[in-house]
Design a protein around this ligand. Structure first.
Ligand SMILES: Cc1ncc(COP(=O)(O)O)c(C=O)c1O
Length: 365
């Protein structure tokens, strides 16, 4: 365990501990958010984002803000008041997406299934018998530790002429997500999860076909209008490619985290996440914990487990913090007080870290 884990071991489902190289960037003097160094870092960041999304010709934007800012940017840029959309939900973040997009004055129909279960693909196909502009889905449901299969959702959506928006907040960089191959139209993530950067950058990816079929004049707003970001890249790209001031420390830290991701390579990174999550699941099962979801769809980035009978989940979370200086999370919504949630994203996906956690859990039961 190195100093990057001080002062407590952060095993919540994001933010994650920062690698030392990323922390170094945060400690540097502030730099301008324009000029040659910025233009170079910005271009490299966009290239590395295309790699992370496996989307060589997508439009990518490192929006400054949390993951929700990216969701709203996609909403404002590609949806219009009155559009009918279908939101697939099997957990807190699916429901949250629905709540957010309703405020964009779209008609957002919810296709729900029980928390912890797979999406209801049959109900989705039925919902798409009525024309819809888009289908929205969370790839990895952070509230239940379940990964949603995207292929059947993209297929159902495209068959019905709807485009697909994917929340990849707790998956990009940790779980396979071949954006271009799957035919995803718009996706977003957040820097503080599998990319292992500080919170504050929300990368967006948009397919060429969705981009080219959208009339920029039909988009309202400025900051969360992706055409504004595009215009700055095109018109001010040689000196000031982002529309507003972005913290240079944050941006360079994000850029450094992406370099670590690229140097490791996506396949190796996915394999590391899978291996460590498997080790965590096995260790928890041995201690009598039960996953919320069925084995086939358990996530390799977030684990959500109910403790064995007689163990209070909230008390366990507190004891790990107070007695072992380890932060994990409790359940959300109906799972509050009933489950624990543990991240194995980015730096968290480390076998020694997980062994240390399991030892502490054993001692806290
Ligand atoms: C699946 C998912 N979507 C969206 C979000 C929201 O991200 P942010 O807090 O960066 O807006 C989260 C945060 O945990 C998440 O896990």
């Amino acid at each position: 365990m190195d100093g990057s884990m001080e002062p407590g071991l952060l095993l919540i489902p994001g933010p994650v501990p920062l690698p030392p190289q990323v922390r170094e960037e945060l400690a540097k003097a502030a730099m301008p958010h324009y000029g040659d160094a910025w233009v170079k870092a910005h271009a490299e960041t966009r290239e590395m984002l295309r790699y992370a999304w496996s989307a060589p010709d997508a439009h990518v934007f490192p929006i400054a803000g949390p993951g929700h800012a990216a969701l709203e940017a996609i909403g404002y840029t590609f949806l219009r008041p009155g559009d009918r959309i279908v939101v697939v939900s099997n957990g807190f973040f699916g429901d949250r997406t629905h709540e957010v997009l309703l405020t964009h004055r779209v008609k957002a129909d919810l296709v729900s299934s029980a928390w912890g279960s797979a999406p209801d693909f049959t109900a989705l196909r039925t919902a798409l018998k009525t024309p819809a502009k888009a289908v929205v889905v969370v790839h990895n449901e952070t509230s239940t530790g379940v990964t949603n299969a995207l292929e059947p959702i993209v297929e159902a959506a495209h068959t019905a002429d709807a485009f697909v928006i994917v929340d990849a907040v707790s998956s990009l960089g940790g779980l396979p997500l071949p954006f271009a191959k799957l035919g995803i139209d718009a996706g977003f993530t957040a820097s503080q999860k599998c990319i292992a950067a500080p919170a504050g950058i929300a990368p967006v990816a948009v397919s060429r076909s969705l981009w080219e079929s959208t009339d920029p004049k039909s988009v309202e707003g400025w900051y969360l209008n992706l055409f504004t970001w595009d215009r700055y890249e095109r018109e001010w790209g040689d000196w000031h490619p982002t529309p507003t001031t972005i913290s240079s420390n944050l941006f360079y830290a994000f850029h450094r985290a992406l370099k670590l991701l690229r140097d490791e390579g996506l396949e190796a990174r996915f394999a590391r996440h899978a291996k460590v999550a498997g080790r965590l699941r096995d260790g928890l099962a041995e201690l009598g914990f039960k996953p919320v979801g069925p084995p086939a769809i358990l996530s390799n980035t977030v684990s959500c487990f109910a403790p064995p009978p007689g163990v209070d989940a909230a008390r366990l979370v507190r004891r790990l913090k107070d007695e072992h200086n380890i932060y994990i999370s409790g359940g959300l919504g109906p799972l509050r007080g009933k489950t624990i949630r543990i991240g194995t994203m980015g730096t968290q996906a480390d076998p020694e870290t997980i062994d240390w956690l399991l030892k502490a859990v054993r001692a806290s039961l």
